[in-house]
Design a protein around this ligand. Structure first.
Ligand code: ZN
Ligand code: ZN
Length: 367
């Protein structure tokens, strides 16, 4: 095995440097992942432009790889052996709190990297901290004892398994959090990999009406949405989305509105509130806008709206995502549009931000 590991390191806004780190010593309760695919998502686009910490970071938080080396304890605890293909959650939790016992690692204080000093999260942690390999934009990643793993089902390719994170979010947000199910009507704003994964989850669960919106730069993505089973797609740069949604629903509005947009400010939230049914709808929001001047609280209370917050995925939604991906029920290769090598990390992140014909980019550290 090589003595040095090559990693793409974010060293500042829009800045990638390639660095060699020493191959880590693997303790009895740890393991080494040979990264096959690191998926890139909207969060990477955001944090590449505006790094949340000044330290160098090996990004890459949607990781699939082979267990290259594992201590005996790690193998026993995680029921994995060297050579297994696994999906690694980016949460590295305490495994002791109530949330962890429920499989809700996303809510464990130890995974809250903004608030908990010393918290580790794959793709977010300072590369200054030994053994440095805390992200998927590298040939290898270090897995501590409290890593959360999911075995990739037999027959599912690493590249398609790389969509596990957005698919798990789709199942978590639309089905578990917003209650989409049989006969639901749903508005999905933003047709990126996240919005398209929500679409697949909603269809699988039995939604009877799915409307997907996008902008001029999303033309290809809207076409993919239609091919994956959206009943209506709306380009908001060409059409008035609210008018169209009300026309489609006979003036009733939709049961659930999911915000999967990036960089659109308060607009999707306002549209979501207006597009919901007269009483009892549910809206899923992201935390992109810190302040919301003139938030229409009276409308929210009058319409008896429930607000849900997008907050990652739990253990079960990851397991179901891998099952969904391996089911072959949807032409999901329409989502895995691009693969790029480690030397193209900068280009790959920017390509996801620019949209056009790019939906999901698989960063392949060995290509
Ligand atoms: Zn992500
Ligand atoms: Zn915990």
């Amino acid at each position: 095995m090589a003595q040095q590991v090559v990693a793409a390191v974010r060293t500042g806004p829009h800045q990638t440097e390639f660095r060699d780190y020493p191959m880590p010593e693997i303790p009895d309760d740890g393991a080494l992942l040979k990264v096959e695919v690191a998926g890139i998502c909207g969060t990477d686009v955001k944090f590449y432009a505006h790094p949340p910490i000044p330290d160098p970071v090996v990004m890459g938080h949607e990781n699939i790889g082979y267990i290259a080396k594992a201590g005996k304890q790690f193998q026993e605890r995680k029921k994995v052996k060297e050579g297994d293909l696994v999906f690694v959650e980016h949460y590295v939790p305490c495994f002791a709190c109530e949330w962890c016992h429920k499989g809700e690692y996303r809510l464990c204080a130890a995974t809250d990297w903004r608030k908990t000093p010393g918290a580790i999260r794959f793709g977010y942690t300072s590369a200054e901290r030994a053994p440095h390999l805390w992200g998927g934009f590298a040939q290898y990643m270090f897995l501590p004892w409290n890593t959360v793993l999911h075995k990739v089902p037999d027959g599912l390719s690493a590249e398609l398994a790389g969509v596990a994170t957005p698919m798990a979010n789709g199942i978590q947000w639309a089905l578990f959090d917003c209650g989409v199910g049989y006969d639901s009507s749903v508005l999905i704003q933003g047709p990126g990999q996240q919005g398209l994964s929500q679409l697949v989850a909603c269809r699988q669960a039995g939604a009877s009406l799915i409307i997907v919106t996008g902008t001029n730069k999303d033309r290809v993505r809207l076409d993919v949405a239609a091919r994956l089973g959206a009943d209506h797609v709306i380009n908001v740069d060409e059409d008035d989305p609210l008018e169209r949604i009300l026309a489609i629903t006979g003036g009733n509005g939709v049961d659930v509105a999911l915000d999967c947009t990036a960089g659109s400010g308060v607009t999707p939230i306002l549209l979501g509130i207006d597009a919901l049914v007269r009483k009892g709808g549910t809206i899923l929001v992201q935390g992109e806008v810190k302040q919301f001047p003139d938030f229409p609280l009276a409308k929210v209370t009058n319409k008896y709206i429930t607000i849900k917050c997008a907050r990652g995925h739990n253990f079960r939604s990851c397991e179901l995502a891998l099952k969904q991906l391996s089911s072959d029920r949807f032409p999901l290769d329409l989502i895995t549009t691009h693969r790029m090598g480690l030397e193209d990390t900068d280009k790959a992140i920017k390509a996801v931000g620019a949209a056009q014909d790019v939906i999901h980019v698989s960063l392949m550290p060995w290509e």
